[in-house]
Write a protein that binds this ligand. Structure first.
Ligand code: SF4
Length: 409
């Protein structure tokens, strides 16, 4: 979500005539788009902010902006802590920055629209209404707000005209898309519309909430050829007590039934999930239930995080963060170890197979891209393949990626 926001803000600044630089010392404007989903993320933002103090002293005209989830309604504390920051903006509330930037830009408006990446991100719904007990997002990004469907379709058409071949539709809870629109169009309807966009090769979307993934959406994924057979479906824990304490709104049994339904209709589907270990009061037995679930379901990828208390959330107010850090780390490593072996096994089944890859770029003399199911594939640099769908024969596999060569048959 932050990447998509940064891209959008970068494009808006680009339209005002600004160019991007990777060198902080050259910049007239520095925007930090902050994430506070975990304490470690917040600490990185704080370190970065502190490191900009000397730059601001040397170049007082430099505009330093903090945006993203670290900025809430009351900014007095932030202003006192970071007096060298010029603007504090809530997520996507960028009007004051664009006003300041417009006044400061030497060259005026640029008429050249920048080329997007082959695979690019498109926000379709902001905010979240769910209030999972550990999560800060609804407090910082607000309630769900969907973008009108014709606006999203127009944006995707424009991205394709500028070179994109794949879009990833984003939302904290992408399955809720449309419930607040007058038309009540939903994500399945949007996928159907986008499937008709000429030149677009693939459509992805994340993140799904298990309680909201409808049978209609499963049918749409199965039916529309550009919609990728890759579903991110965060489960978070394998015990009903933990799911209840997390306020996730489903049970392990319901989650398993949902996975069965998805797999019966989309046999080739790749599933990814998110796991939190060391949630308050999580016992060893409850943690073992998470491992059992992972072993049974066999996800293609998982993102695992140790619970970290976020001030202001329901869990921070009501529950004691009582699993010791060393224990959280052990559980995290156990999940990673198990998943490594599962992913190695799943990926090894592709050995010798031919897969279709959308080529996204070049790294260290190799092309890279992804399969419909989201597997990262590298193959030797030969003909110009950027943005093309190419057949690749898989020759080596690992838990994280696949290696192959162009199949010219
Ligand atoms: S669904 Fe839950 S975890 Fe996801 S953004 Fe909303 S509150 Fe946070």
């Amino acid at each position: 979500m932050n990447k998509a926001d940064s891209k959008g803000l970068g494009e808006s600044l680009g339209k005002l005539g600004y160019e991007q630089t990777e060198v902080a010392e050259e910049a007239d404007v520095i925007v930090l788009n902050s994430c506070v989903v975990r304490q470690s993320a917040e600490e990185r933002v704080i370190n970065k902010l502190n490191s900009l103090k000397s730059l601001k002293r040397k170049r007082p005209h430099l505009l330093i902006v903090l945006t993203g989830c670290m900025v809430d309604g009351n900014q007095d504390g932030l202003k006192a802590r970071f007096p060298h920051v010029d603007l504090f903006l809530r997520p996507q509330a960028w009007a004051p920055l664009l006003g300041s930037a417009k006044a400061g830009v030497p060259g005026g408006q640029s008429s050249i629209p920048p080329a997007p990446a082959i695979s690019t991100l498109v926000n379709i719904i902001q905010g979240c209404d769910n209030f999972c007990s550990y999560c800060i997002v609804p407090y910082r990004r607000g309630r769900e707000q969907s973008r009108p469907m014709d606006e999203v379709v127009c944006e995707v058409q424009s991205l394709v005209q500028r070179g994109a071949r794949e879009v990833t539709l984003l939302g904290q809870n992408v399955n809720s898309y449309g419930h607040d629109l007058p038309t009540k169009a939903d994500l399945a309807d949007l996928l159907q519309e986008l499937n008709q966009v000429d030149g677009l090769a693939r459509i992805r979307f994340l993140t799904n909430h298990p309680k909201d993934l409808s049978p209609k959406l499963i049918r749409a994924i199965a039916r529309w050829d550009k919609v990728c057979e890759h579903i991110s479906l965060p489960v978070q824990a394998g015990s009903d007590e933990m799911l209840n304490a997390m306020r996730r709104g489903y049970t392990v049994e319901l989650y398993r039934a949902l996975v069965d339904r998805i797999r019966s209709q989309i046999p080739e589907v790749a599933l990814s999930t998110d796991i939190i270990v060391g949630f308050p009061a999580e016992t060893e037995g409850q943690f073992q239930q998470t491992l059992e679930l992972l072993g049974d379901i066999q996800f293609d990828t998982i993102h695992v995080a140790a619970y970290s208390e976020r001030p202001g959330t329901i869990a921070a107010r009501l529950l004691k963060d009582d699993v010791p850090l060393h224990e959280k780390r052990r559980r995290l490593k156990e999940v990673e170890k198990l998943q490594r072996s599962i992913a190695a096994e799943i990926n090894s089944r592709l050995l010798g197979h031919n897969v279709e890859v959308l080529v996204e770029g070049e790294k260290k003399g190799k092309w890279y891209g992804r399969t419909m199911t989201g597997k990262l594939v590298f193959f030797p640099n030969g003909a110009d393949c950027l943005g093309r769908l190419v057949p690749i024969q898989i020759e080596r596999t690992s838990p994280w990626s696949l290696q192959g060569s162009l199949d010219n048959q």
